[in-house]
Design a protein around this ligand. Sequence first.
Ligand SMILES: CC(C)(COP(=O)(O)OP(=O)(O)OC[C@H]1O[C@@H](n2cnc3c(N)ncnc32)[C@H](O)[C@@H]1OP(=O)(O)O)[C@@H](O)C(=O)NCCC(=O)NCCS
Length: 366
Amino acid sequence: MQCREASPAPCNGAIRFSLSDISSEDPILSLTLKPRHAVRAKISALGTYVPPRVLTNADLEKMVETNDAWIVERTGIRERHVVDKGIATSDLAAEAARRCLASRGIQPTEVEAIIVATVTPDMIFPSAACVIQNKLGATGAWGFDLSAACSGFPYALQVGAKLVESGAHKKVLVIGADVMSSIIDYTDRSTCILFGDGAGAVLLEPCEEGETGLIDFWHEIDGSGAVSLNMPAGGSLLPASHETVDKRQHFVYQDGQTVYKFAVRKMAEAAERVLERNGVAGTELACFIPHQANKRIIESTAHRLGMPMERVILNIDRYGNTTAGTIPLAMQTAREEGRLKKGDLVLLASVGAGFTVGATLLRWEF
Ligand SMILES: CC(C)(COP(=O)(O)OP(=O)(O)OC[C@H]1O[C@@H](n2cnc3c(N)ncnc32)[C@H](O)[C@@H]1OP(=O)(O)O)[C@@H](O)C(=O)NCCC(=O)NCCS
């Protein structure tokens, strides 16, 4: 192939090139290259949804050998929301997305891409993004799912931001949603007390003049942690069989203490790294929005960052660990409590199955 003709004359803001082979019998290829303008991305809207049914610690006392005092002391959780039969992750996610778009006055048809962080899609395929796109009527959007467990939302946020920052898209919906009750063994007291169901969605758009939006992130994965937190069966390694069901392998398995130790160390490390390289001290943050897995993990991270607890957003008492839903749900709590305002410097941090680790620094812009 050789470029026989290159006409750089702009055509509707685009540059048109014509390429052809030396042989006159070959077809002529024509490329129209759109100019790309790098921009900053910001969160411009937020919407959340949890199912109405509440599962309290007192309810769990009737199901397994546990008690309210132990759960509150060891985790900080008092209650969590769970779906009724027949309600799936896409239902929670679609409602969160509707609320998000409505708050910004945007029609679903204007959304250009949908990224869904989840480990509990309605089914293995099609993606939750496809199901949600159809439920929303977001007919102009493409999209996909992202699997990073409890770090799913911050990871999806970065991927969505890159679509905006590259100039490829102007309206990207990022959703974190999980129906953990669908994969929890309610005979296992060490895991069933921790998790709940919920969803949150944010809209990403280009920053306006004078806005900063998303600033920086630090992500890490450590696959050696897979043995400590996983759902063993239902994938290609152990497809569903009578044996996998009998062995209760379609539920979350967790070595709680190993996960706890890793989370305490890595959440602080990732947060410190992103703060340090941006020259920000913990004390300068208006708000710290951590993944809500265990109150003690959050307190320990805040302590190490020198963050007073008044600036840490905590709602684990009401929702438990909703996996990809926790950070947008905590953003919503911060908004409702008047603790998240335009211009605020905010840090997100997470640790999840994988292991996955993430920290995000951003300015809240609405
Ligand atoms: C699961 C977790 C709350 C357990 O707390 P812990 O303080 O580590 O408790 P341990 O596992 O050491 O168990 C202590 C005792 O409490 C018991 N126990 C466990 N669950 C209990 C429950 N729900 N109620 C009462 N007792 C319980 C244990 O059996 C153990 O008893 P033993 O000493 O007689 O063996 C904690 O390990 C944790 O939060 N891990 C991280 C979870 C996490 O973040 N997961 C998601 C990652 S995103």
